[in-house]
Design a protein around this ligand. Sequence first.
Ligand code: ATP
Length: 280
Amino acid sequence: MPDTPTGVMLSVQNLSVDYAVKGGTTRAVSDVSFDVPRGGTLAIVGESGCGKSTIAKAIMRLLEPAEGRILLDGTDIAHLSERRLRPLRHSFQMVFQDPYGSLDPHLTARDIVAEPLKKKGMRSAAERATEAARLIDRVGLPSTALERRPNEFSGGQRQRIGIARALASKPELLICDEATSALDVSVQAQVLALLRELQQDEGLTYLVISHNLGVVQEISDSVVVMRRGAVVEQGETADVLTAPTEDYTRRLRRAALDPSTMSGLKPRHLVSSLALGKAS
Ligand SMILES: Nc1ncnc2c1ncn2[C@@H]1O[C@H](COP(=O)(O)OP(=O)(O)OP(=O)(O)O)[C@@H](O)[C@H]1O
């Protein structure tokens, strides 16, 4: 389509998002632009309240932007009606921070993963069960997990179920909103390793929302640093994190290196070495 650069899966152009507040609106995100190449990973990082989740919600079209364009594989979805959006919905999926809150506690893992298959039009219950079993295996869980309910899993295992559910729609773009934030550092590393493996195998494109520079360094090719709803700095992750040009990024980096903040910026090899274990 017209002005999406070739090979770009997601192009966010001059995005602004408002929230309705008493007596008017407040601008939470202002004039944000970035491109995510197909098969690549872009991270959005910044302190609490800087607008990261608002951007994710706008791309998921849980919110309608005030201004700007959101080109998904060339189609501007910023203002599409729900009816016109519906056929595209499967292609962009989200993995949430709180895997417990986002999984229906009454359903088994099989039913949780099978639900989007039904929505997608897979009519046969037997086919859905087979595909759910394949996906549960794909995310590194044993087949005994299929019959269990969310409260019978650890946080890392629940996050794997959330990932399997997202994969069931066969998405092209996965938005991970603080997807590993609630997990211990070693479990976090395992989930990041799984996400990387899935990306290599399935050619997925990732938008990763995180306040944790360690996660950003571990998983992303490029990064957008945000503050108070606006972009402060953006570029290749290695460049931005090793030689930030902005004071704000330098402060984020210092905070991440300070053990008392627990943010955990770690050399890549160290996080990778933690990633060798299996599903926790
Ligand atoms: N429903 C809402 N109504 C009004 N203002 C909101 C609403 N949701 C978020 N905001 C405001 O928009 C700004 C951006 O919030 P957002 O949740 O996107 O930040 P964030 O960077 O994701 O923060 P965190 O890391 O804490 O989740 C904040 O100032 C927040 O207070």
